[in-house]
Ligand binder design. Structure first.
Ligand code: BES
Ligand code: ZN
Ligand code: ZN
Length: 460
């Protein structure tokens, strides 16, 4: 059972009475004077999502009134478990399966709190699972979101490439997926030269985590996630302010692991593969240098304009490996550029693909799941911005910062040739402000949208 949800209540729950805003006055007119006076005394104005505790006949609260003026979504009730007094609550509302599932999912997500390093753990209000809800779906969504958030929130000191590999093994092990890890100098033997170059200066060895699961004849869905456990910037070192949040630079890896968890838990009819290049972009005597030329897995040569554009290097080798088996759908997720944050801000996943139909399907799922994406152009006429005089391509644009997220996407595109469809997500992986169900800290951008897309696309 997901956190703070129960199926068989041991005490009588308090009702959350859901009242449509337009019906509020007539509802109030039919209530006892204690409620009328209470609501008036609290100057309660009925507005969407507002709620009020109603007085009990003896001690404690009797019920909660919740005003609704828009469609239910996953976040509608997500503030309640933290705002209501700890206790047991049940919804008094007509809900279909989707609504019941969404509301209970949001409730449980509203109890997320990264408390690994805290002595005092918080407590929350508990919801009785609404009848129509799909318990398994709620459970896998909440587990995946929690996994992703915990991984991103865990500082680099406790989550290097070895620990990220262990987290991946835990997920793979739960579903008896196959896993291989190519570690340290073996990356050279097995032709992941850019993963090696980026990660070799760190004390914790770089690695390529490769997980496969499902019927080998089913459509191939491959997920690639940027697993930079800490991004110091390398020799083109970041500023203190720029470095402060860089424990989250494995957010793409965390998110594809969460998505993989959902796909396997739901037993979707796909052959899933997850590729995570896991490294720390560190500084040491053997660090790669600005000006170096690397030979990538697919043979293209890459001039290093900036060692801080490391994500696209490790992703390039992983995307090449993914592309070699011509997947039906290839998805990569990465905290790739500051420029994507300038373009769409911190709360939308910047989405790049040449496949119009795929994007439309993603957007539809994103809207339904309240997990927003926005399309960005893979504008081929900007390809010259990453030309190199001495190699096939440069890893940092010469556009003086213009179109930085687009040139990063164009760089990745050079390493995808055979996949039937490819989509790249440049994500924040972090909430910089708190919203209901989404506290400040690590966040799984576009994961629920992608699960819904994959479920639809391959439903048998
Ligand atoms: N991990 C960063 C991108 C990033 C920064 C994501 C801040 C989210 C918030 C990435 O490795 C990086 O440093 N990119 C550089 C690329 C540049 C050197 C071409 C950037 O965006 O400035
Ligand atoms: Zn960087
Ligand atoms: Zn980075």
């Amino acid at each position: 059972m997901p956190p703070f949800i129960v199926t068989t209540p041991e005490t009588t729950p308090k009702s959350i009475i859901v009242v449509e805003k337009t019906d509020f006055d007539s509802w109030l007119a039919s209530q006892p004077d204690t409620y009328k006076n209470w609501i008036e005394a609290h100057d309660f104005e009925p507005e969407d999502g507002k709620f009020l505790l109603l007085p009990g006949t003896d001690e404690g609260i009797d019920a909660v009134v919740y005003v609704k003026d828009s469609d239910w979504d996953v976040w509608s009730l997500a503030d309640l478990p933290a705002q209501l007094p700890v206790g047991l609550y049940a919804l008094d509302a007509e809900l279909d399966a989707r609504e019941a599932t969404d509301l209970a999912t949001g409730w449980s997500l509203g109890t997320y709190n990264f408390d690994r390093y805290k002595k005092n753990k918080k407590n929350y209000a508990t919801l009785v699972l609404p009848d129509a809800a799909d318990e398994n779906k709620i459970d896998r969504t909440v587990k995946a979101m929690t996994l992703v958030r915990d991984l991103i929130n865990t500082p680099a000191g406790d989550l290097g490439p070895t620990a990220l590999e262990a987290a991946a093994s835990q997920v793979a092990g739960e579903f008896e997926a196959e896993q291989t890890n190519i570690i340290g100098d073996d990356l050279l033997t097995y032709h992941f030269p850019m993963v090696h170059a980026v990660g070799r200066a760190a004390a914790d060895a770089p690695r390529l985590i490769d997980i496969t699961w499902g019927d080998k004849d089913a459509p191939k869905v491959t997920l690639v996630g940027k697993g930079v456990c800490f991004d110091s910037g390398g020799l083109d070192i970041k500023s203190a302010a720029g470095m402060l949040m860089m424990k989250k630079d494995m957010g793409g890896a965390a998110t594809v692991l969460g998505l993989a968890y959902m796909i396997m838990a739901a037993n979707l009819p796909v052959r899933l593969r997850v590729l995570i290049p896991a490294v720390e972009n560190a500084i040491s005597g053997n660090a790669f240098h600005p000006g170096d030329v690397l030979i990538s897995r697919n043979g293209k040569t890459v001039e290093i304009g900036n060692t801080d554009a490391e994500g696209r290097l490790i992703l390039a080798d992983a995307l090449s490996a993914a592309d070699e088996e011509s997947p039906d759908l290839l998805i990569d997720m990465a905290t790739l550029t500051g420029a994507a944050r300038v373009a769409v801000g911190t709360e939308i996943a910047a989405t790049f693909t040449d496949d119009d139909a795929l994007f439309e399907a993603i957007e539809e799922s994103a809207r339904r799941e309240k997990d927003p994406v926005w399309r960005m152009p893979l504008w081929d006429e900007y390809r010259h911005l990453i030309d190199s005089k001495i190699a096939d391509i440069n890893n940092s644009g010469s556009g003086g910062g213009y179109a930085g997220a687009i040139t990063a996407g164009l760089f990745l595109k050079e390493f995808v040739e055979n996949a039937a469809s490819w989509v790249h997500f440049d994500i924040m992986a972090y909430n910089v402000r708190s919203r209901p169900g989404r506290p400040i800290g690590g966040e799984a951008f576009a994961m629920r949208a992608l699960f819904s897309l994959i479920e639809k696309r391959y439903s048998s």
